[in-house]
Design a protein around this ligand. Structure first.
Ligand SMILES: [Zn+2]
Ligand SMILES: [Zn+2]
Length: 435
C-alpha cells in the first residue's frame, strides 16, 4: 500500500508476517514493526499502543478537560482522518463535530469532500461542510492571479485559520483538535529555531489556550505520535483517506528539515522525542519567563472589513488583505469549456495562441485536436526552472492544455500560471475531441 502526501513524499506499507509471535501479547502473529520502538507486534497490539498513546497524551495535558464539543477539521488526508477515527473510538461518549473546508481547489477539493463524507458516515460523526466558492465566491486557485502565486500554501493557511476561528465560534466548539503530529512539531521547531522565531516556538506546545474570550482551545492529541505510525494506523484500519494530492503542494523549509531529521533518526531512534523534550521542558519555559515575551498581544482590534480579531496595526487582518486582491481581479478564469475555447480561437489570430495535447503519444497520433502540439505528460513533474525554459518560446501567447480528464492539464496550467504564463486548461476534453 502506497500513500502520497503533499509535496510528493510517499509512504509505503507491505505486510509480511514475521516468523514469530507478537512481542507484546505473545499470542498473535507478529505483523508490523513499531518504528519508534523497534518492537514487532500484532495488529491488535499495534492499535492498542497507538490508542493508549493518544489517550495518555490527552490526559497528560488535560486536553479535553470540561470539553462540551470537540471539533476536528478533516481535510481528507491521513492525519486529520486518523485523528477523528481514533478519537471517536477512544472517547465514544464525547460529542464530536467534523468540519470540512471545501476550498474550491479544482480536481481536488470535491474528491476530498467525498472521502470525508464517507469517513464521517462510517463512524457516525456529524459533518459540517463549508464551501469557500459558494459562500465567498472565490477559491484558493484564484491566488495564482495575484502576487501570492508562489506562496499559495501560505495564503491557504491564512484563509484556513480565519475560517477555523469563525466556524468554531458559529458551531459552539470549545475544543478544537488538530492532526499535528510529532514530526510536524519537531520539524517546525527546528525551522523556527533557525529563523530565530522564538514566539513561534512557544506556540508549538500541545495545548493553545484561547487568545481572547470566545475562541476555542486548540489541542494536538497526536503530539507524541510519529507520522509513520499514523500512516500505519490509517492503512491497517482501512480509514478512508484521499490519496489524490493537492495540486499546490509546495516544498516548504519545514519539509526540508524533515529530511534532515530522518537522517538523524537513523542514528538514534529516540531523536525526535529527545528534541521535543528539550524544547518543551527547557527552552519553552525559559522563553516564557523572558521579559520581552508576551503570550498574547497587549491589545486586540477588530478587523474593519470582516470583524474578526486582529493584531495588525492597520486594522485590516491578513486574510482580508489577501482576499481584497482577489476582489480586484477582473478575470479569474483558469479553465475554459471546449465551446468557450473554440470561440476564443475563432476570434484570435493563429499566431496568438497554442494548444497542447498532454495524453499518451499513441492516442495523440490516433487523433488530437486540429493544430495541437503533443507534449509528454511527464513534463508536469518537471521543475519550474525546466518548465520555464521549455515554454520560453511561447511567452507571449495564450496557452491551452488538455489531457484525458482535465486533471493533469490543470496541474500544468497552475504551474505555468505561477511562472507568469497566460495558460488555460480545457475542461471536459472528450467534448473537444469529438465535437
Ligand atoms: Zn499482540
Ligand atoms: Zn478581516
Amino acid at each position: 500500500m502506497k500513500y502520497y502526501k503533499c509535496g510528493g513524499e510517499t509512504f509505503e506499507l507491505t505486510l509480511n508476517p514475521f516468523p514469530f509471535k507478537c512481542k507484546r501479547c505473545k499470542g498473535n502473529e507478529a505483523l508490523i514493526e513499531i518504528p519508534s520502538q523497534g518492537i514487532k507486534v500484532c495488529l491488535t497490539c499495534f492499535n492498542q499502543i497507538f490508542e493508549n498513546r493518544l489517550k495518555n497524551t490527552i490526559k497528560r495535558y488535560r486536553m479535553f478537560r470540561n470539553a462540551k464539543k470537540v471539533g476536528v477539521f478533516v481535510s481528507g488526508g491521513k492525519d486529520s482522518s486518523a485523528l477523528l477515527f481514533s478519537l471517536k473510538k477512544v472517547f465514544p461518549d464525547l460529542t464530536f463535530q467534523a468540519i470540512y473546508l471545501n476550498l474550491g481547489i479544482r480536481y481536488y477539493s470535491d474528491l476530498a469532500e467525498e472521502t470525508v463524507r464517507k469517513l464521517c458516515q462510517e463512524i457516525e460523526v456529524p459533518l459540517y461542510v463549508y464551501s469557500l466558492p459558494k459562500e465567498e465566491g472565490f477559491c484558493i486557485d484564484h491566488f495564482v492571479h495575484t502576487m501570492f502565486k508562489n506562496k499559495i500554501c501560505s495564503v491557504c493557511g491564512v484563509i484556513k485559520r480565519y475560517l477555523f476561528t469563525k466556524i468554531a465560534k458559529n458551531l459552539s466548539i470549545d475544543v478544537m483538535a488538530t492532526g499535528h503530529h510529532l514530526d510536524d512539531t519537531v520539524s517546525t521547531m527546528l525551522t523556527l529555531f533557525f529563523q530565530g522565531d522564538f514566539e513561534g516556538i512557544v506556540r508549538l506546545g500541545p495545548v493553545l489556550p484561547p487568545l481572547y474570550p470566545g475562541q476555542a482551545t486548540k489541542v494536538k492529541p497526536f503530539y507524541h505520535t510519529p507520522e509513520k505510525e499514523i500512516f500505519y494506523y490509517t492503512a491497517l484500519n482501512k480509514i478512508p483517506v484521499e490519496t489524490c494530492t493537492c495540486p499546490h503542494g509546495e516544498i516548504t523549509p519545514s519539509k526540508k528539515n524533515k529530511k534532515i531529521i530522518e537522517e538523524w533518526e537513523k542514528e538514534n531512534k529516540q531523536f525526535k522525542y529527545q528534541l521535543l523534550s528539550v524544547f518543551l521542558k527547557k527552552l519553552i519555559p525559559l522563553l516564557k519567563t523572558h521579559p520581552d515575551y508576551k503570550f498574547s498581544p497587549s491589545e486586540f482590534k477588530s478587523c474593519v472589513k470582516c470583524g474578526e480579531i486582529t493584531s495588525s496595526s492597520d486594522e485590516i487582518c491578513s486574510r482580508c488583505k489577501r482576499v481584497s486582491l482577489i476582489e480586484k481581479l477582473e478575470d479569474k478564469k483558469l479553465e475554459l469549456t471546449p465551446e468557450k475555447f473554440k470561440e476564443f480561437i475563432e476570434n484570435h489570430p493563429k499566431d496568438d495562441w497554442m494548444v497542447f495535447d498532454l495524453r499518451e503519444k499513441e492516442d495523440f497520433e490516433k487523433g488530437g485536436f486540429d493544430g495541437a502540439l503533443w507534449i509528454n505528460p511527464e513534463i508536469v513533474q518537471a521543475s519550474y526552472r525546466k518548465l520555464s525554459k521549455l515554454f520560453k518560446p511561447y511567452r507571449n501567447k495564450t496557452l491551452f492544455f488538455y489531457c484525458y480528464t482535465g486533471r493533469l492539464s490543470y496541474l500544468l496550467t497552475l504551474k505555468l500560471r505561477k511562472l507568469g504564463f497566460k495558460a488555460f486548461n480545457i475542461s471536459s476534453p472528450e467534448r473537444l475531441l469529438t465535437g
